[in-house]
Every structure is written in C-alpha cells, then in structure tokens.
Ligand binder design. Structure first.
Ligand SMILES: [Zn+2]
Length: 98
C-alpha cells in the first residue's frame, strides 16, 4: 500500500467536509486541514480534480498561491519607476504624428 496523508477541506459549494488523499513517499496516514499545511506536505500537492461527496460537483484542488510565496523568494522588476519612461515614449510618438 502506498504511503499517503489526508487533507480535509470543505466544498465551496455545499460546504460538506471532503477528504483529499494525497499519496506521497513520506506519507504517514496523518490528517491535515486545508489551511496551514506543513511545507513537507504542501510541496507534494499536485493539481487534481475530484467530485464533492455532497453535491458531486467537480472540484479543482491546487496549492493556494499564498503558501508558495512563503517558501520562495520572489524577485521582480519594480515597475513603479517605469511610468515616466512610458509617458515620454507616448509623448515622443505623438510628436512624430503629422
Ligand atoms: Zn459540494
């Protein structure tokens, strides 16, 4: 039998409690709630679809973005200083119009 942990979550439609069985190598048959999932479990989550036990709607499960930002350093170009550049580019374009 493959090792797994179980993540409990509530259906966004009918709010019935569902259980997502997550198979992963370090599974210990433990139960977790959908929020505050430990990193070792969260990193094992892959997007899946399953049917709600209550309303039988197809639910898409995925790791929420927020926890990912906690684990990774996110480096982005700061665009706040680019607006002047964009404005001057548009001004320049306008000047060349007949
Ligand atoms: Zn439901």
């Amino acid at each position: 039998m493959k090792p797994y942990d179980t993540i409990m979550f509530y259906c966004p439609v009918c709010h019935k409690k569902n259980e997502h069985v997550l198979y992963h190598p370090r599974g210990k048959n433990e139960f977790y709630h959908a929020t505050n999932i430990p990193e070792k479990i969260a990193t094992q989550i892959v997007p899946v679809t399953m049917d709600c036990k209550g309303c039988e709607k197809s639910l898409s499960l995925n790791l929420e973005d927020a926890p990912v930002r906690q684990y990774n350093l996110l480096a982005r170009v700061d665009c706040s200083s680019d607006y002047a550049g964009m404005d001057s580019w548009y001004d320049w374009g306008g000047d060349t119009n007949p």
